[in-house]
Design a protein around this ligand. Sequence first.
Ligand code: TYM
Length: 332
Amino acid sequence: MARVFSGIQPTGEVHLGNYLGAIVNWVRDLDVDDSTFCVVDLHAITIPQDPGILRSKSRNLTALLIACGIDPERCTLFVQSHVPEHAQLAWIMQSVVSYGELGRMTQFKDKSDQHDFVSAGLFTYPALQAADILLYDTEKVPVGADQKQHIELCRDAAERFNRRFAADDDPVFVVPVHSTPAAGARVMDLQNPTKKMSKSLDSPQGTVLVLDEPKAVEKKFKRAVTDSEAVVRYAPDDPDKAGVTNLLSILSAVTGADPDSLAGKYEQYGPLKADCAAAVIEHVVPIQQRYAELVDDPAELDRLIAAGAAKAHAKAAEVLARAERAIGLGAH
Ligand code: TYM
């Protein structure tokens, strides 16, 4: 049983990239691993947010994760700001990672280009992410490919902290590894298949949402950009085949079949697109039904959210105290 931790931001809408790159893999291993999942609202405020919308998005995302199968009875599911140890350990981790390391993060470069106001929090974001992971003695972090660099930084920070503040045979932090799925680690935008599917709103037709109506899912796949060669081929290294390769990857992630053998089943793009849409719809419709039930019962949702925070806090407090003792902080 591995200790697992992962997180998702309550910004934008949950899309097929989040679902196939992360959430389905979290659900799959719920009974195998000791898992903790977090709605990372502290990360969300690194870019401007409306307070009321942020609060409701954090609740709704928690409900959606439960609807996707993140059963709070079989794991710990909570909202980051409800567990203060995240912000506390983040400050310590900001003193362990370097300015140079943070400046090399490609997500910071991308996001800071998109905003006029670049907060200091956007820059130190990976230190908070490292704190999230380290607070639960995490061994494995299931994420999409875009998070690899942040997990590498977390590993480096944990190793550096242990070297500086702990005996070799009694480390303070567990050094985690990331895990990405064989299919679905990088779901691309259906309209612009050389760009990853993302929560930013600039490509609504290229972004399939978990809460999209079946008709919208069908339409988005039908209009997915492919190429003029009209040959169904899985070619991850060929930018000309990016659209078809993305469709085959999505179908592979949803059905579990190998993308090369899936390619052999199709002679035209139309049926491939239709099958992608059908497979995705089959997954999302039951999620949408459960989600509607959950948001319809706010008292029960509040109870689950509070119970998740209490469970997370118990573990996080223990690890924060260990880190503070090692570094000479706190009244321990
Ligand atoms: P976020 O909210 O951007 O994304 C949540 C998860 O979805 C994955 N993902 C994708 N996977 C495949 N294809 C895509 N197009 C795609 N887009 C997103 C992400 O890789 C991620 O696994 N910084 C993190 C949240 C976080 C976190 C953590 C993750 C905060 N603390 C600790 C792991 C551990 C983020 O912004 O994810």
